[in-house]
Design a protein. Structure first.
Length: 220
């Protein structure tokens, strides 16, 4: 009986040590998000693009935007869609990233879009958000494609300060979702368009761009 009690105690201590050790390890996680919204409106593309720009500017440190010249006078029946390319695929850089457990370097492209934006938001020691937005015009309105990657740190001696920061300004996941939704909300506000969620990951629950400016419901 005593031996069993000793073994149980040792096992509990080891399990506790494992939990503590895991908490002390500083981890960097890379995460991808994307959202596609359908925007039913006949408002001029420059108005929609300006609204998107205003919404984006609320949450990022800097942005590079462009409004390319249309390649055709006829609007397509279906909206375009963003594509992901891996410029370093097959290179030693990609192999090194894979070996370190990072996501492969992906770049979102917006061929044929009426407006594009590249933006980032950085919180020193906590997270780095990189976002691409594509506004595709078609006969019934627009599609807004949003793609983002962010890295975040967890664990280690700085974890408590990160949790305190997140409690005040939100987690990286919440900020990513807020950045996406603020663009949609601003377009809706300035154009009164009918906006519907088409697809994305993680899956979006409900209609937070309509129901509440503070609703950030997502599910894996």
């Amino acid at each position: 009986m005593k031996k069993c009690m000793v073994l149980a105690t040792v096992t509990s201590l080891l399990a506790g040590c494992g939990t503590i050790n895991n908490a002390l390890v500083e981890k960097t996680k890379s995460i991808e998000y994307y959202r596609i919204f359908d925007i039913k409106t006949d408002v001029d593309r420059f108005v929609v693009a300006e609204a998107a720009s205003d919404g984006l500017g609320r949450n990022v440190n800097d942005a590079q935007e462009a409004t390319p010249i249309p390649t055709s006078t006829e609007l397509p029946e279906k909206a375009g869609r963003f594509t992901l390319v891996e410029p370093f695929k097959g290179s030693s850089f990609a192999a090194l990233a894979a070996a370190s457990g990072q996501l492969s370097m992906k770049v979102a492209t917006c061929d044929g879009a009426a407006w594009t934006a590249k933006a980032n938001r950085s919180i020193t020691g906590q997270s780095e958000l990189n976002l691409t937005a594509c506004l595709f015009q078609y006969k019934e309105g627009y599609h807004l494609d949003l793609y983002a990657t962010f890295s975040k740190k967890e664990g280690g001696i700085m974890e408590l300060s990160r949790k305190m920061s997140s409690a005040m300004v939100g987690t990286p996941e919440e900020w990513t979702e807020k950045t996406f939704l603020d663009i949609v909300r601003q377009i809706r506000k300035e154009t009164n368009a009918e906006i519907n969620y088409i697809e994305g990951y993680p899956k979006l629950q409900g209609t937070p761009w309509i129901d509440s400016d503070n609703s950030l419901a997502t599910a894996n």
